[in-house]
Design a binder for this molecule. Sequence first.
Ligand code: C2E
Ligand code: MG
Ligand code: MG
Length: 641
Amino acid sequence: MAQMVARCVGRAHLAPARELSLQDGPTELQEAGSSGRSRGSSKAVFQVLWEQGDQAVVVCDDAGRVRNANPVARQLLQLGGDHWRGSPLNDWLVLPEAAAHTETDFWRHVPDGDYGVRAAAATEGETGNTAAPTVSLRVCMGRHGSRPVPVILLGQPRDAVRLQQTVERLASYDSLTGLHNRDHFRHELARAMERARRSSKPMALFFLDLDRFKLINDSLGHGAGDQLLQKVAQLLTACLRGSDAVLVGPRTAAATLSRLGGDEFTIILEDVGGVDDAAIVARRLLEALSQPLDFMGEEIQVSTSIGISLYPMHDVDLDGMIRHADMAMYRSKALGRNTYSFFSDDLNAAVKVRLSLEGSLRRALERQEFQLFYQPKANLKSRHVTGCEALIRWHCPGRGMVPPDRFISVLEDTGLIVQAGAWVIREACAQMARWDALGLPPFSVAVNLSARQLRQAHLVALVRDSLEQAGIAPNRLELELTESLLMEDTEGNRAVLAAFAQLGVRLAIDDFGTGHSSLSYLRRLDVDTLKMDRSFVMQLPENPEDAAIATAVVALGKSLDIHVVAEGVETEAQARFLTGLGCHEMQGWLLCKALPADALTPWLQEQHNQFLRQQRPSGFQGLEVTELVDLDLSGMVKARP
Ligand code: C2E
Ligand code: MG
Ligand code: MG
């Protein structure tokens, strides 16, 4: 109501469309030139504006002295008591100079605009807040008898309104993409669930997570990552037709798109028929995102993994809906990404198992339930042992011995890998020292590193300290990294790897051939060893494709002067074929399975004794096994007297 009145009387001082007639307030209000019928209603409207509206109204005389002010204005200008009556408005508002000194037509010198409040400014100043509040001011003309009387309407300053709108926008929207943000998403989801409950029409929540977005962010930088997120937001918006309606079969459903942060997006799809409708939309989203994208002058392809929960079938609780969609999204990731999955009860069961696994692993670290097994490696030609790989095992009470494939990813996801990995490094170094003390030749031990460990602060210091404490030369420790880990070619990774090279620790690329390798980083990173993945060894020598790959890997190693180790060698035929290619070393069940240190020690001692027997009477026992392996001893034997 107040706004309606303000609209009809506003801006009158420039081109007065109509005049109000009044005395000291609303009581004498008359509309000049209007009929008796309209006079009464106009007065009534002004009465409401004066007493109940949220508009501040001040009535002045022609010289700008305050005659009356309604309750809102009195509060706004802090007009206490009665002494303000008859005082110039300039005492309360910072008005233009000319308006303060005029005796007539005061209103002509006060253009519409924002003005500072004096009383409030003083109070704010005392509290140390220097930003004086302002109010927007509009003058409209009333009259008292035949005299024109300015009526001042005060309100929130336009800038403040704009500021408030911006603040509200920021509070609800994601500044990068302009989509709803997490808070607003939750608010919208609660409302959508409530609408679904009342209308008994199901609602779907889609949880989207871009595939391998981290790789882009890490390799191309956060600026590029942000640009990609904006592109994805545009694609999704276009796919959902302006983000408020999407056609599901013959029907239209409301869709609300939000970005929760990072590369996580959500879509609330209301009034879906059920699973089939949601699946149609999911497929359309996957298709839209998988189109080649023009990005920074290059064509790239993004994909996303989608999880879907349905209301009320999967949950009736807001956090439950989000959690279930998130769980379904993880299933899509596990299924190989670029796909969608619905929440299901077995997923719930799987998550319960996973949560219990997490809890057990935390306890495992405290109770030291981990153990290292060691699997030897040998020179392919001579079959002499060159070193071991340390492989973690977990003796879980109630579960028996758990292989690493079952728990490494959980350790990584929970961050526990940092603690567990530190233990592996220290223990492997300590074991080398124990074998040294038994008189075994000083062979090397390889340790597997996870991506998360590489980002761990002080990793290099940890490795250095572990080596120093055990008294082990750095070149006897080899760190096995996977290709995908090295592809995260971040500055941080490069610095850590350079520090390892400086320390003298050896670097191996594990499971080589299964990830995306680039020849340039093999060179740049000073890699010492390539471990050819077991999958290429398994069907040697019969499978021609595997034979071609094995040949290429060995040739690559030779040309880059990198040692090649074949993993998972189980048969003599495989070993012979690899020896023929010129592959340097093998690891696998043909030689020995992974064993605990105390079980492996007699085997290592026996291997060493065999080696010594073979060398007798050369008498070069003092040499390192690795040196002997590649040494042509014939000349030296001949040289003996
Ligand atoms: P990996 O580093 O590639 O280790 C080789 C895996 O192949 C080991 O499995 C080993 O027991 C198995 N293997 C070796 N020779 C043969 C063979 O002839 N035939 C067959 N079928 N398998 C063979 P394991 O011990 O189960 O380890 C699996 C993976 O878990 C490792 O693969 C490694 O990626 C990871 N892992 C193990 N220990 C650690 C650790 O301490 N830290 C981290 N981050 N990862 C670890
Ligand atoms: Mg390994
Ligand atoms: Mg491997």
